[in-house]
Design a protein around this ligand. Structure first.
Ligand code: UD1
Length: 420
């Protein structure tokens, strides 16, 4: 996916089935390493980040079979403790989960570099501190981050200074292999972190429920293969809800977990939207006009940082949005690069520190460049709202996280073409 061309101005109407969560799928695929066995994944989204993760595993010796049913079987039995090339790992953020998974299985981990969206500095000091407490030692090498636990991993107590999703995932994985008990507190409790814990339990790990941000793991017992169904993608779901809003549409989401979207649904209701929420579906009927509001991102259950750009796009759309909107970004301070591109479409944005303010103004078509996955989604939403033609380049960034994007949008009536 290189380019997306949109001629907007059409109300999106219809149903859309939400796929499996990218952010849940990536840690699961790497956690499978710990089983040294065969795992079967259902509802694995076919997005480039997932395909890239499978490439990494294949390079390391995993055998991958795509079943006709859509299930993907990964056989980790012949996986070797080798460092994958940087060209593979640096394309995605999820490769960071190699650290906990490889250490747990081999007592050795090597990561030439993890990539993902560019939000400025994306540190992994908390991953390394926790793994260090479990006995992993960094081996100084030239380029590749290499960790070794010569005597095997041991349980530890670690209170994270902030609830990092990535660090929680890595430490949970390593803890299942560590001798004795590990107590992690102030952990992230995102649905995809809970899904990782559920997968590890299904593979035989002894992991307590998450209680007030604390989780206990009794490690050391060998894990085994299992079958897992990836949870629905709450960010994809939220993006389609925002697309309905941007176009004054009426969209029914199927196969969602509304509870995971609590913060977004609450904000949408504040904006004057009517929602019909059922066990696994959400119907959104957008009003002609909606009120802008103020959002602040944070760790779950706060408003997700991965839905901030899409909400910001809604605040920019003159003719639909009323009032002034603002976003305070508390997870990634350098996440406002997409606003430069929205400006090319006529958006009125002011940025001060970690806050951006938006005044609705008449938008127009333009040639814009997607800066990152969700920033690109924001540009797409703005493009769907305006009648003129918009061309979004660097669209591979968007393909990292949206499955069957063109088909899903066209089924809702959008005039969209994806090239390359
Ligand atoms: C974060 C988001 C996740 C989102 C992803 C991509 C949160 C809590 N996490 O996950 O929902 O899908 O970005 O947008 O919303 N940090 C450190 N040291 C570390 C690790 C993290 O200081 O070792 C800081 C980061 O700088 C950041 C915060 O912790 O400010 C959250 O990071 P983390 O949750 O680890 O990032 P991701 O796992 O990439």
């Amino acid at each position: 996916m290189n380019r997306i061309v949109v001629t907007g101005g059409k109300r999106l109407v219809g149903e859309v089935r939400i796929g499996g969560s990218k952010n849940a799928a990536l840690p699961l695929l790497f956690a499978g390493i710990l089983t040294g066995d065969v795992c079967v994944f259902s509802n694995l989204p076919r997005v480039s980040d997932v395909l890239q993760s499978l490439e990494i595993l294949r390079f390391m010796g995993a055998r991958i079979r795509f079943h006709r049913s859509g299930d993907v079987e990964v056989d980790y039995r012949e996986l070797r403790p080798v460092a994958p090339p940087a060209s593979l790992t640096s394309a995605i953020r999820g490769s960071v989960y190699l650290l906990g998974a490889m250490l747990g299985r081999f007592g050795f981990a090597a990561l030439p570099g993890a990539g993902g969206c560019d939000f400025g500095n994306r540190p992994i000091d908390l991953h390394l501190r926790g793994l260090g407490l479990m006995g992993a030692v960094e081996v100084p090498t030239e380029e590749v981050l290499t960790l070794r636990a010569a005597e095997g991993l041991v349980g530890c107590q670690f209170r994270l200074p902030l609830p990092s999703v990535g660090a929680t995932g890595n430490l949970l994985m390593a803890a299942t292999a560590a001798r004795g008990e590990t107590v992690l507190s102030c952990v992230a409790i995102e649905p995809h972190v809970q899904a990782l814990a559920a997968f590890l339990r299904a593979a035989g790990a002894d992991i307590s429920p998450f209680e007030e941000g604390t989780v206990r793991v009794r490690g050391g017992a060998p894990l085994h293969g299992c079958h897992v169904t990836v949870i629905p993608d709450m960010i994809e779901a939220g993006t389609y809800l925002c697309a309905a809003m941007a176009t004054g549409g009426r969209v029914m989401l199927q196969d969602v977990v509304p509870e995971h979207l609590g913060a977004l649904l609450w904000v949408l209701e504040r904006m004057g939207v009517r929602l019909q929420i059922r066990r696994d579906s959400i119907l959104l009927e957008a009003p002609e006009r909606y009120r802008c509001t103020r959002i602040e991102t944070g760790p779950y259950p706060a408003f997700p940082t991965d839905l901030h750009p899409q909400m910001a796009a809604l605040f920019c759309i003159g003719g639909r949005a009323v009032g002034e909107g603002s976003v305070r970004e508390r997870v990634w301070q350098s996440r406002f690069r997409y606003t430069e591109e929205l400006r090319k479409m006529g958006a009125a944005v002011r940025i001060g520190g970690e806050e951006a303010r938006f005044v609705p103004s008449p938008l127009h078509g333009a040639e814009v460049r997607s800066p990152d996955l969700r920033g690109g989604a924001a540009l797409l939403l703005a493009a769907l709202a305006v009648e003129e033609r918009t061309e979004i380049t660097n669209a591979a960034t968007i393909g990292r996280g949206y499955e069957h994007l063109e088909a899903k949008l066209r089924a809702l009536g959008a005039r969209v073409r994806v090239y390359g």
